[in-house]
Write a protein that binds this ligand. Structure first.
Ligand code: UD1
Ligand code: BG6
Length: 680
């Protein structure tokens, strides 16, 4: 949901062409976060007119995706003869890719947003300013005029107001950082911001509250030390070593430049100036709050550039579907104990939970909370958690829990499931659960994310970077982690040991089974060809595979833009049966588990009404499921019942992928969606 990026080179000659390319590439890496408009701001040439101060920057903004921005910038460069070879020894550029919240995608609503004529202050923003209307009224009263429909525009205007006021009052030395602090004091909502101003050439200030932001540092001379724990406030103290700084909404745009990063915390203001970094934060002292320096250490990104490239695949979604055997292996790495027998039973070890298992076992209730695919993954894991823990497990869609202010108690364990770890609805629910005293457990893919940091404990799913907006490999890894969670909680119960050991064996073999089911790729492409012109697809599932029905339908609708609905098969006769005729395609999940015979009667009832069926069944069952009428059968390998959703979702992911490609839609950036929804 919007990506912000900045690049500052210090004591390092860089051509304008290079600076533009770094900014554009940063945006390309962040594009999955939002892609309806984009913009950048770079420095103009120093002309004789501006011999004593910096000239106003060049601002480019465009509706559409990053490539539309690149084309329009190239066009403008040609029209204005801007010199791409011009070399900058220092330069600070900022960039933004947008997912519209306030105002349609249009150049005037794109970022950087400006303080007005002269572009004294420019801002890129990820998040939402909730009190922007009040701020706008005040600024209008002070003579500011507004050009956009965005909430963001108040920010650069407020910066100019603060700056002008300080100068009127004779505070000649007001620093860029002080201006931003003052602005920040007035902002409500969630934000990550980067400020650029020609009053402060070659400086950038960034701050955040609620939305993610990272700083990356690359020293261009010989790097002698990997240990950047500095004792003073300027952890990267001012020095003349050539270096590059990067600010980004997520690590994907940093990893190709540097692995040395700092995750900026809420309330912090980061000032890049003269080759140094200073971090300040409000501190309450003697009843008043004042900025104080903060000591921080750089950490090392655990991510490889290959993870964020498409490799041999055409699309990220395709790559991520096909790498599931590997991502599942990584999720389980170091967490399965392959013992056997009573002396050393096969078990799981979740390092992040071991100190909290007793508390979880004493819970009166476990509440799963998430949105979209993450919610579905939790739903798939509910039955095994109930079975092995004996604790009631309830399901909450994060926004609904918050809307209802549903009851959450001290005796509850609230489990927050989120790939990105930044989803605003889930974060709000987390704050709410914390206030109510529940033990908060996170299940997330993103180390250092807000959910990872704000939960009391948790498990990283370690599925690797997921870039396709439609979540695939994170879903299967989430299920595996939650099955491991169930095993860990139930590990003190002797009566379920045989069952638990069978599940551990199933987990160990799961990557092979997923490899096997991926061989259905061509078959699913053929099926997609058959369904290409359909208006709708229903998916029926129950038990462990109710979640598969919901998730399969979600995949089809979000990427192929075909209506699709996942339905609990037990509810079929209470309404959905009315839709059944010989035209509407219906997928039924009928793999072998405790619900198999019930699904067989569902298939018979659908056959009796001439339903057009696609049945997913266990290997060897194709003939029996089609005995009562014709249908297309998809045979999948049978695994432990609680792991079957991991296998069963794969053909539906492939179907959604191929349907999308055949229907000519954007696979990785579905219409109107964003990967990380950081607004409510
Ligand atoms: C950790 C290390 C891993 C190392 C392993 C072996 C990290 C991120 N992980 O993995 O590199 O190989 O030990 O010793 O350094 N947490 C939350 N909320 C969440 C997710 C996690 O609070 O949403 C906490 C956990 O409670 C734990 C920490 O983050 O304290 C790391 O979690 P996780 O990566 O799952 O732990 P390990 O698998 O033990
Ligand atoms: C968005 C994504 O809607 O957020 C979905 O497009 C995702 O793919 C959902 O499932 C929840 O995101 P997260 O990061 O909290 O799992």
């Amino acid at each position: 949901m919007c990506g912000i990026f900045a690049y500052l080179n210090f004591h390092a000659n860089k051509e304008r062409r290079h600076i533009l390319e770094v900014l554009f590439n940063g945006l390309r890496r962040l594009e999955y976060r939002g892609y309806d408009s984009a913009g950048i701001a770079i420095d103009d040439s120093l002309s004789p007119l501006h011999s004593t101060s910096s000239p106003p920057p060049l601002v480019f903004r465009q509706a559409g995706n990053i490539e539309s921005l690149v084309n329009s910038v190239n066009q403008e460069i040609t029209n204005t003869d801007l010199n791409l070879d011009e070399v900058f020894y220092f330069h600070a550029g900022i960039a933004h890719t947008r997912w519209a919240t306030h105002g349609e995608p249009a150049p005037r609503n794109s970022h950087p947003q400006s303080s007005g004529p002269g572009d004294d202050f420019l801002v890129v923003h990820n998040g939402v300013i909730t009190n922007y209307e009040v701020l706008k009224e005040t600024l209008v009263r002070h003579g500011f005029t507004f050009d956009s429909d965005t909430d963001t525009e108040v920010i650069p205007k407020l910066a100019k107001f603060v700056f002008d006021k300080a100068n009127e009052e004779g505070e000649q030395t007001v620093t860029f950082c002080e201006v931003v602090f003052e602005v920040m004091r007035h902002l409500e909502g969630a934000y990550a911001l980067i400020f650029k101003s020609w009053h402060y050439p070659n400086e950038l200030v960034a701050c955040k509250r609620g939305s993610p932001l990272l700083l990356g540092v690359k020293e261009l001379d010989q790097d002698k030390s990997n240990n950047h724990v500095f004792k003073d406030a300027h952890f990267l103290s001012k020095n003349d070593h050539p270096k590059e700084f990067f600010l980004s909404s997520d690590p994907h745009a940093l990893v190709e430049h540097t692995k040395k990063v700092l995750v900026i915390e809420d309330g912090e203001v980061v000032h890049l100036k003269d080759g140094g970094v200073s971090i300040l934060k409000f501190e309450r002292r003697n009843g008043s709050s004042r900025p104080a320096s903060v000591e921080r250490a750089l950490s090392v990104l655990e991510m490889e550039v290959e993870q964020i490239n498409k490799g041999k695949y055409d699309h990220y979604m395709q790559k991520e579907i096909h790498e599931q055997p590997e991502s599942l292996t990584t999720t389980m790495r170091g967490r399965l104990i392959r013992g056997g027998g009573s002396r050393k039973p096969k078990a799981v070890l979740l390092g992040g939970l071991k100190d909290h298992l007793k508390t979880i076992r004493r819970s009166r209730r476990i509440v799963f909370i998430g949105c979209g695919t993450s919610y579905n993954a939790a739903l798939a894991s509910r039955p095994i958690l109930e079975e092995l823990s004996g604790i009631p497990v309830s399901m909450e869609i994060a926004s609904d829990l918050w809307d209802r202010q549903g009851p959450i108690y001290r005796e509850d364990t609230a489990v927050f499931v989120s790939q990105s770890g930044e989803t605003a609805d889930t974060l709000l629910a987390l704050e709410y659960a914390r206030e109510n005293g529940a033990l908060c457990v996170g299940i997330t893919n993103t180390v250092g994310s807000s959910i990872a940091r704000k939960t009391h404990c948790g498990v990283h799913i370690n599925a690797g970077a997921e870039i396709g907006v439609a979540s695939t490999k994170a879903y299967t890894s989430q299920i595996v982690v939650m099955v491991m969670l169930a095993l860990a909680i139930g590990s003190d119960t002797i009566s379920s040991q045989t069952r638990r050991e069978a599940i551990v064996d199933g987990l160990l073999d799961l990557p092979n089974k997923v490899r096997e089911v991926l061989k259905l790729d061509e078959e699913m492409k053929d099926l997609a060809q058959l369904l290409i012109d359909e208006q709708s697809l229903l998916v029926f599932g129950r038990g462990y595979n109710y979640a598969t029905a919901l998730e399969g339908a979600l995949k089809v609708k979000e990427v192929s833009l075909m209506h699709s609905e996942g339905i609990l098969a037990g509810e079929m006769k209470h309404g959905p049966l009315a839709l059944v005729d010989e035209n509407l395609p219906i997928a039924v999940i009928a793999t072998r588990d405790a619900c198999f015979s019930k699904q067989q009667s569902v298939i018979q009832q659908l056959h009796a009404r001439k339903g057009r069926l696609i049945v997913m069944c266990s290997k060897g069952d194709a003939a029996s499921v089609s005995s009562s009428g014709s249908c297309r059968a998809i045979e999948v390998p049978q695994v432990e019942d609680c792991l079957q959703p991991v296998v069963n979702i794969v053909p539906l992911q492939l179907l959604a992928y191929h349907l999308t490609v055949l229907r000519g839609h954007n696979v990785d950036q579905p219409r109107n969606l964003a990967k990380s929804v950081t607004t409510q």
